[in-house]
Design a protein around this ligand. Sequence first.
Ligand code: ATP
Ligand code: MG
Length: 433
Amino acid sequence: MAEKPAKAGSLAAVKGMNDILPPDSAAWEWLEDKVRSLMTRYAYRNIRTPIVEPTPLFVRSLGEVTDIVEKEMYSFEDRLNGEQLTLRPENTAGVVRAVAEHSLLYDGGKRLYYMGPMFRHERPQRGRYRQFHQIGAEALGFGGPDVDAEIILLADALWKELGLQGVRLEINSLGQPEERKQHRAELIAYLEKNASVLDEEAKRRLHSNPLRILDTKNPAMQALVDAAPKLIDFLGEASLAHFNGLRAMLDANGIAYRINPRLVRGMDYYNLSVFEFITDSLGAQGTICAGGRYDYLIEQIGGKPAPAVGWALGVERVLELVKASGAPIPAAAPDAYAIVPDATAMPVVLRSLQTLRAAGVSVQMHASSGEGMGSMKSQFKRADASGARYALVFGGDELAQGAVTVKSLRDGSGAQVQRPLDQVDAWGASLKA
Ligand code: ATP
Ligand code: MG
């Protein structure tokens, strides 16, 4: 006899990393299907990059003085060659690395999208996990505000398809590095003048990343950052034209937005347009999608210079909002449930079910326990619990006549008809929900 596997003991998932189980996983598939369909209509193509990347990729692209690089990365050493590796905390860096590595822009711009798990060592709470999932869109090789508008319209279309309520858009422009430099000098001078109000983190960032101080969540510093010099007042003509171009296209499409001069985003790589989609229904973790332009990132990681813009949404937060908005997520139920009173019928049953499935019907089979099929009553109970609209009864009498009984489970009629097994595909199509 085979040895029984050792008992798992108290092994559990890593803190902040969740199992996504049925029936909840149906909502994930529903969202992913909607996203795939939408991305196809906007001609964005799927890209899949590794979950592990060399650590320097993130340090170089996100910036050294960012929450992610300072304290949130899961990094480790390759045990064979000592290479520093990191579980991706986001996927723009990976996409840009792949684009540069494979010279994807050699024949023009590319529109790409991805879905997948990301990893950040944060304090787990509602809407904030250590393994979480992002869906992202990136348009690379296009410099004009039209593609910024397109990618924002794409996100907005997704909220509509998902039936989300109360999502608002905030936008800002971070200008260009030269403009940021001037603003930075004035910002530092202003913050130094008010040094007594700064918290420890702000003091630490005062000279390394003062822009991020504007992003502070510390209530004691709100008045200070509200009155700080605004980047938007430092923009030159070209940056303003880009920003106003985006605004005109959003206006023409009826997309409401608020200009938030303090919107700066966590990563260093952004320039010009930045934006966030925010909701008030999720408590503190209200940003469901964030993005912007990153025209210097490709060059920064060693590729041929090319402009780019993108966003990433947090799947867990979006799905929580879907739930809160009451959008109807179809439950995963088979069209039919196969009831098999006698295990000796299984060879014939399996063959019929194969034909049905090939015809597009979804069928759940009542499987034997290993000791028998169970009573008809218990099988009907299972059929009911499965959510199937029909039970297919493969009883001995029916099979003797080369037939199966199709019984209606959901319309209250309990109507049943016999169908010939040699025409399974012909009547099978009528069972599809
Ligand atoms: P936050 O300010 O909430 O920490 P962030 O600026 O770090 O967000 P981004 O890096 O811009 O977030 O990621 C884009 C989106 O991914 C966020 O708007 C959010 O919806 C989601 N997200 C980010 N971090 C997490 C996390 N730890 N758990 C769940 N979702 C997350
Ligand atoms: Mg964060």
